[in-house]
Design a protein around this ligand. Structure first.
Ligand code: DGT
Ligand code: CA
Ligand code: CA
Ligand code: ZN
Length: 578
């Protein structure tokens, strides 16, 4: 239980209150803990200092008995009363609080009368009628509980970036438009551009916290309110994701922004660097460490904080404690690629295979986005379920593309997403491939072969001189299907040796190759192509998720081939042909 801040103390006091409720203890005792928890949340002083001076019981809302317990907690990082109390309960029982409608009274009842101690047992009890038979429950309550358990399953776990970004940006816009709001940000894994998010973390600075919190919990996206306070609110959106909002004073904004952006691992190093300079760093401020008399710099922006800690500004995407501190110290951080650097993109589908829009519509949409060129790569004949093109249809499409290019300055590149067959050979002969502007190769079947076989299969495909790039390297579908077994470092090595580009598939269900591997690819000199794998004009927008992932992978403009202007890209696509 290391590292006791006000919030973690409040959390433990709340848990104690809950456990006392489960035990049916007297209401005054329960309320004392609830009040103390609220007092902790809103307490604005320095907790460690107040504890050290023995003045905790003077804080409104905290009585003598609880002050002693909080002191033990802050000083030792542990509380024996809490540990003993907690041991009285079967561990699964607390999970039942996550089922909407299950409060302490109901949980105590099913536990005592039916010996139900977990959500799974509760579900069984609702299905076999035991819960309905309990006094004070009935059919309707049992049905509601079952529905709540189903909802909880739907809500459990994480959300793909692409599923939540629209709502998150909408909320940011709406918060920004409030008259009383000074600064607004989305923090957490969302700001760091992780491929999935557990929840969303909004931060607002304002002088009227109540009205902003009110707005947040009453927003039309909200399905239910989990907590509603002046400085901290949590809601469940209709999409299923939880959204938290913190409200701070504008002087605290840079600190809160930094803290709630994380990652936890990054924060730990930040705090250590502050301590090394005689400061304490938390989500609200930079303060003087014990006995320290170091002068405290003025911090308005995050960049001020990084500078104070001897660092160049670290972009949020890099804040994973994966080498960013050393680079920031040595002034060698990358200048990360941006969406506006993109000039075109490859790997897009049309109605010729399983896309929803025609060649013309795709071209127009790409031009509208400000791109100079668009690569078309419909499926090849082995992908029967996706209406893959055979040789004749492919060559007809090539002719159509050439004709369109004659009529417009916007450039279409004729390619194909060619299936890699089980033995690593390709779905089209070299003679056909030679007539294309570029070639993407992808694995679409036989996912269960061994890692050695799969690696050999992919590397053999890359050895073909007509193969420009490797599509969605691992075949993963986020939160849905794991990557097939493949030796990624070996594939990267082969890409370097053969001059094959690796795709960063920007479809938010894929984001493949994963950001964690790009620094290695870059080190080996392998180039990246950020491709939306669009099956619809609207999916060209996926590019932004690809760019976010590329940034997480430390990539710069020069690492991404589709940042090249039209005049330079064509030769890169066929460079392997010699
Ligand atoms: P998520 O929500 O699981 O996708 O990941 P995050 O990174 O958004 O995590 P979340 O929402 O639990 O917390 C937001 C940020 O707050 C996190 O990135 C860092 C900071 N934070 C939260 N809890 C702790 C903690 O116990 N220690 C430290 N150092 N930072 C924390
Ligand atoms: Ca989060
Ligand atoms: Ca959170
Ligand atoms: Zn594919």
């Amino acid at each position: 239980m290391a590292e006791m801040n006000k919030d973690s103390v409040a959390e433990i006091l709340t848990q104690i209150a809950t456990m006392l409720e489960l035990k049916g203890e007297n209401v005054f005792k329960i309320r004392a803990y609830q009040n103390a928890a609220r007092a902790m949340e809103t307490f604005s002083g320095n907790l460690a200092q107040v504890v050290g001076e023995g003045k905790l019981a003077e804080v409104p809302g905290i009585g003598k008995a609880i002050a002693e317990k909080v002191t033990e907690l802050v000083v030792t990082g542990n509380l024996s009363y809490y540990n003993i109390l907690k041991a009285e309960f079967p561990p699964g029982i607390f999970d039942m609080f996550g089922v909407m409608g299950m409060g302490p009274k109901k949980i105590a009842a099913v536990w005592e009368k039916l010996d139900i101690t977990s959500v799974a047992e509760l579900e069984a009890g609702c299905k076999d009628g035991r819960v309905a038979g309990l006094r004070g429950f009935g059919e309707k309550t049992a049905t509601n509980i079952l529905k709540a358990i189903e909802d909880r399953k739907k809500h459990a776990g994480r959300f793909r970036m692409g599923e939540i970004a629209g709502d998150a940006e909408q909320m940011l816009d709406d918060l920004r438009s409030l008259p009383d709001v000074t600064r607004v940000a989305a923090c957490g894994s969302y700001r760091r551009c992780r491929e999935t998010c557990g929840d969303l973390d909004f931060l607002v600075s304002t002088n009227s916290p109540e009205s902003v919190s009110e707005f947040f919990v009453k927003h039309e996206m909200v399905e239910s309110v989990i907590a509603h306070g002046a400085t901290k609110s949590s809601v469940r959106w209709k999409s299923g994701i939880q959204a938290d909002m913190r409200v701070v004073k504008d002087t605290e904004f840079a600190f809160a922004l930094n803290y709630f952006t994380g990652s936890k691992e990054h924060n730990i190093v930040m705090r250590q660097r502050a301590l090394a300079r005689g400061w304490t760093l938390n989500e609200y401020r930079l303060g003087a460490a014990d006995g320290g008399n170091a002068e405290i710099p003025t911090i308005r922006e995050e960049a001020d904080l990084y500078r104070a800690l001897g660092l160049d500004f670290i972009e949020p995407e890099l804040r994973e404690d994966r080498g960013e501190f050393i680079a920031a110290e040595k002034h060698t951080l990358p200048r990360l690629v941006e969406v506006s650097n993109l000039r075109g993109t490859f790997h897009n589908h049309t109605t010729a295979s399983d896309g929803r829009n025609t060649l013309r519509e795709m071209a127009d949409a790409a031009e509208e986005l400000g791109l100079q060129y668009l690569g078309i790569a419909d499926h090849s004949k082995s992908s029967v379920q996706a209406h893959g093109l055979d040789e004749a249809r492919l060559l007809a499409q090539v002719a159509e593309i050439r004709a369109m290019n004659k009529q417009s300055s916007f450039r279409l590149f004729a390619g194909s997403e060619v299936d890699v067959l089980k033995d690593g050979s390709l779905d089209f002969s070299d003679e056909i491939l030679a007539q294309l502007d570029y070639v993407v190769v992808s694995v679409h079947n036989a996912f269960s072969m061994s890692e050695a076989e799969m690696t050999k299969r992919i590397i053999r495909a890359m050895e073909n001189k007509y193969v420009t790039m490797l599509g969605h390297l691992t075949g993963r579908l986020l939160l849905q299907r794991d990557a097939y077994a493949v030796d990624i470092p070996a594939v990267i090595e082969a890409a370097a040796a053969t001059g094959t580009i690796i795709e960063l598939n920007a479809n938010p269900r894929r984001l493949d190759m994963d950001w964690r591997w790009w620094p290695l690819a870059k080190e080996k000199g392998v180039k990246c192509a950020i491709n939306p794998d669009a099956h619809h004009t609207s999916q060209l927008q996926f590019l932004r998720f690809g760019v976010g992932t590329a940034r997480k992978g430390w990539l710069e403009r020069g690492d991404v081939v589709n940042c090249l202007p039209l005049g330079e890209i064509a030769t890169v696509l066929t460079a392997k042909r010699g």
